[in-house]
Write a protein that binds this ligand. Sequence first.
Ligand code: FAD
Length: 388
Amino acid sequence: MNKKENILIIGAGLCGSLLALRLAQRGYKVEVYESRPDLRKVDISAGRSINLALSDRGLKALRLCGMEEKAREICIPMYGRLMHDTAGNTFSSNYSGRDNEYINSISRGDLNALLLDEAEKHENVTLYFNKRCQKVAIENTIAHFKDYETDEEFTVNATVLFGTDGAGSILRKSYISERKFLFSYAQNYLNHGYKELEIPADKTGNHQISKGHLHIWPRGDFMLIALPNMDGSFTVTLFLSYDEGEFNFDNLISEEKITAFFEKEFPDALALIPNILEEFTNNPTGPLGTVKCSPWFYKNKTLLLGDSSHAIVPFYGQGMNASFEDVVVFDEILDKNVGDWQAVFKAYQKARKIDTDAIADLAIDNFYEMRDHVANPLFKEKRKIEMD
Ligand code: FAD
């Protein structure tokens, strides 16, 4: 395989930046085009999925690229789930009986920035921001972009093109619009969306509730969860139906109704979220969907990785971890098939598809488990945990 060949990556999110780093470490010449501004210079979190649960699978991928230790420095270990009932009682459910087993809460932006910084250290990597891919001509691997700063449109030729452009992938849409091959595709949305809120740090900069837990307020048809941040705050996520039940996103439109909802269902959380009305009104409501498609590749030319090929709902906390694992599996297969991209793509999909379909289904199952079953007394530990 000629390492001078041009590799084009569309999307510098979590998967794209890790893939760029790994391919750069292997000596390839890589160009990455990202539609958003450089998150290391501009805060673009805007109320969307600020922190994530990073598990062993994700850490393994970071280890492959020599990034595990740096990532661990910005992780907060969560040893179990802490359930909150409406009376304010809390019950713990540890992830395992052993102290050294935990998942990590990590900032999406900080992790992404870490990977971009590391990728950029390689002179064979060039990162471009504010450049949105509009379509891909897959037969001749030409990507069409629009520069958001200048409004100019331009094209980029590549030998091989990777779509790590997330659940709304333009490469995947190009597979459909170009009609070059039989492409199977399904996107299914839950009737629930999500909205992020914040529990700020206390006056001394510390966490107001236990930072060693993933907090859950399960309420049957909806739930609230909270993951700790390094600055003492928690990112809180409300999962709620758009239009069903007594309370839903469509009818929570007045201050009175929002307050009444939180007072009734989440009084202990409400007491910790001082800007509830402002945040509830201004933060976007995001959809929750699953993408399954096949094949992920076209000849020896293009490949989908990460959410673009297998977006899943977040209830197993595994979307990023699975996207990182994509890079590990891809890297292993590249070792065996250097010189033949089509063989790599084919073997990669064969190795990965069953697992990513399985986690997609498990994630939906866990949606029901988290909102219903974790509230069941049988799952509660005998010992009540006092809040830190
Ligand atoms: P993305 O992170 O979506 O990155 C895609 C990148 O491509 C973005 O930077 C985007 O700007 C860019 N892009 C998009 N279109 C274009 C274009 N046309 N041109 C150029 N660039 C483009 N996963 C976990 O493992 N643990 C969790 O706890 C967890 N929690 C989650 C909570 C919520 C509420 C949600 C919604 C998701 C959660 N996930 C979690 C899933 C995780 O966010 C995704 O699986 C992960 O971000 C996928 O990475 P990606 O790089 O494939 O896609």
